[in-house]
Ligand binder design. Structure first.
Ligand code: PLP
Length: 377
């Protein structure tokens, strides 16, 4: 058994930062109040949530009242899309998204189709890029929401969000951005991005699992998807996960602070992996060659099954992913690669390596040393 896991699956999840854990710990033990209680212990919990909300708003460039804490990135996507759709039914029934979205968006649109909504899937090119003009052309009088991802979770392609947002703003169509993979590595300034709604998930940037964030610009009407208490200004019922919320805000703040130092380091590691692994015969980089997430090195290998690459890497203590982590275990080729017109045979041989701040040069050396042999085998 290898001594240490070489973890190269940071798009799936990240380890909790020790500084985040320190910030969270009091809210599990001494500061355990319910934020809805009016006595001191409850007020402490509410104060912690308020300052977490301010911290998040500061990074997003929005008002604290525009920030809602949810139970995960999927819930933020669901609340944004279903919440907007059901609240805007009188205006129209048309949604626009792309075929490379995470299932939290795609399946939500499919669910809404059962209630009479229609979805247009704007195509992507072979790099997984959306053409903003195609979004403009897809807008009709019935369109009530455009939902596009900031960066793709499988191939790392960064989408032209600011430009898509500009088109939506001009046409007065609310624009939701699934920024779950962008959190901690790209600017999240909602004004710059022209975003009306934006989803994040804390466990992608060294925060805790089970905490999502939804930015909803003032004036966006969302139909709540959970009935119960009036927490989160009536947008999301349920006793707040105080420790998780404190952890999410601390993690986002630290990720933002660390970005100038961490990003160049990760980009250098990524580019070394890409250059080295592209020397393997039959290998192909997936996603955009330059407009890609700092940590994403993803490939397809001809004549190889992604699952068997993963198992061989696992035997050597290396954790990676084939396609999306959320769909691995299924033998279907990735919907993202198919939408990018990667041939089915090649799409079966996909490998995603996603780096994090604790990866080292030696980690990259190890992968570069063992992977050619695994593919050859
Ligand atoms: N959106 C994207 C782009 C993702 O990559 C993920 C998770 O991988 C999600 C949404 C869902 O986030 P969560 O796991 O917090 O529900």
């Amino acid at each position: 058994m290898p001594e240490r896991t070489i973890y190269l699956d940071h798009a799936a999840t990240t380890a909790l930062d020790a500084r985040v854990l320190d910030a969270m710990l009091p809210y599990f033990t001494t500061e355990y109040g319910n934020a809805s209680s009016i006595y001191t212990l409850g007020r402490h919990a509410m104060q912690a949530i308020d300052s977490a909300r301010e911290q998040v708003a500061d990074i997003l460039g929005c008002r604290p009242t525009e920030v809602t804490f949810t139970g995960c990135g999927s819930e933020s996507d669901n609340l944004a899309i279903k919440g907007m759709a059901f609240a805007s039914q009188k205006k129209g029934n048309h949604l626009i998204t792309s075929p490379i979205e995470h299932h939290a968006v795609l399946y939500t649109c499919q669910y809404l189709e059962r209630f009479g909504f229609r979805t247009t899937y704007v195509p992507v090119d072979t790099y997984g890029c959306i053409n903003p003009d195609d979004v403009g052309r897809a807008i009709t009088d019935e369109t009530i929401l455009v939902s596009m991802m900031y960066a793709n979770n499988e191939v790392g392609t960064i989408e032209p969000i600011t430009e898509i947002g500009r088109i939506c703003r001009t046409r007065k169509i609310p624009f939701h951005v699934d920024a779950v993979q962008a959190g901690g590595s790209l600017s999240l300034d909602v004004v710059e991005l022209n975003a009306d709604l934006l989803s994040l998930s804390a466990h992608k940037f060294y925060g805790p699992k089970g905490v999502g964030i939804l930015y909803a610009r003032q004036g966006m009407r969302l139909l709540p998807q959970l009935q119960g208490g009036s927490q989160e200004r009536g947008k999301r019922a349920g006793t707040e996960n105080v420790a998780g919320i404190v952890g999410a805000a601390t993690a986002l703040h630290l990720a933002d602070e660390d970005m100038p130092k961490v990003m160049p380091y990760i980009i250098a590691l990524r580019d070394r992996l890409i250059a080295g692994l592209l020397t393997i015969p039959g290998s192909l980089l997936t996603g955009h060659p330059t407009d890609r997430l700092a940590n994403n090195a993803s490939f397809v290998f001809e004549g190889v099954e992604g699952e068997s690459i993963l198992l061989n890497l696992d035997l050597l203590g290396i954790a990676a992913s084939t396609g999306s982590a959320c769909t691995s275990g299924s033998v279907d080729p990735s919907h993202v690669l198919l939408a990018m017109h990667v041939p089915v045979e090649l799409a079966h041989g996909s490998l995603r390596l996603t780096l994090g701040k604790d990866n080292t040069d030696e980690d990259a050396d190890t992968v570069l040393a063992v992977l050619p042999g695994i593919i050859e085998k």
